[in-house]
Ligand binder design. Sequence first.
Ligand code: UD1
Length: 447
Amino acid sequence: MDKLIVEGGQSLAGVVRVSGAKNAVLPLMAASILTDDILVLTNVPNLGDVRTMGRLLRHMGGQAALYPQIGGGEVKEEAVISMGSLSKPEAPHELVKTMRASALVLGPLLARHGRAKVSLPGGCAIGVRPMDLHLKALSQMGAEFDLSGGDIVGRAPDGGLQGANLRFETVTVTGTENVMMAAVVAKGRTVIANAAREPEVTDTARALIAMGANIEGLDTDTLVIDGVESLNGAVHRVIADRIEAGTLLAAVALAGGRCRVIGAPVGEMATVLDKLSEAGAKIEISRDSAAGTGGGEVTRCPYDAADLVVEVEPGGLTATGITTGPHPGFPTDMQAQFMAMMTTARGTSIITETIFENRFMHVAELRRLGADITLEGRSAVIKGVSGLSGAPMTASDLRASASLILAAMAAKGVSEIFRVYHLDRGYDGLDAKLINLGANIKRVPVK
Ligand code: UD1
């Protein structure tokens, strides 16, 4: 296990490339279960969660080659997955407990293999996060579930899952993906109303369409899916990570400086870009990719990807409130990083979290640096202070880890951040990318 030692006070400069999206690659890997052919994913980020999903697919009897070497030690950002040999449709507790997204195999397993055993994801640091909505929708498609020994044991009816008219009471991202993946090979038509519109849902839908699925309503809250007999393989490029891009912009905003963030999915980042601008960051969208690296890829990308040039005077931020919401609202996955930004902004900002009931674990840690934050129910009131000072902190979850690193980079003196394994689960070398931009961060193993 590693810790990070961060010496604050450096402003940032340079060029950084955005990796593929964590929340897209995980459902895409699960989608491989739907075909006996090979699914090749490119632009695969180097993440702990991707390796966990790879282990899960192999545990089930499939083949998943991640990050193949292409000679000279160079590694391709790819996953080559073949699930035709799947023999054990089970997601065991030791894998599910480290990654809730393992539950994404439930829909594909039921649809393709008629049965599934998936360990029930436990409580997690950011809230209760049940799976009732996934199970209810799959039950409406004819699946039956029992809970046994902490496992969800599911069966599809004889003849397979049936299309159904579904409506989610609450917008759920992985719930929408799970049911969409089940519906593409179910019998007849499925309509999913109040579906999540997150770009990662759309990216998964695009890959399924490339595999032969029939899905309409992409980017809207109603998906209409006509089941097909079987799916073929495909080669699919994973969309860029809007949360990583936002985190990098927030880092520049907190530390001050000027950076070019290459290949950001700007079309999917409007709310975050608006709020960063409102807080005082100067952001230019550049489609020439003058810096070269990745430029060719950007033009080939089907999404509205571009470079973002961000410039912020040190200490130049003003208080700005946010309220998280389902896409296209402000993403809950950017809330902790935005809060770190607001700790030294001029004035008082209010951050309201509407998605998860307990996603303020970073507050106590930010207070250790001298931040003035009070919690009032689902809101945090942040009074900007003139400066933060370094302290030891412990990361509680993925986005909280990023928030603590950003705050430490802006603090005077040295901070230590423990439990950074959360960071490695979901960011592709965030500390290395920040070091490249001039941050003073060291990664040290903890015995
Ligand atoms: C996904 C993302 C996560 C992001 C979240 C919200 C992945 C792998 N993870 O998580 O990074 O923070 O979306 O944008 O894509 N709920 C229920 N019952 C259910 C399912 C959800 O009550 O069966 C509730 C949750 O507790 C939460 C809300 O619905 O309050 C939204 O959660 P959901 O969108 O499902 O989050 P995840 O898909 O787990």
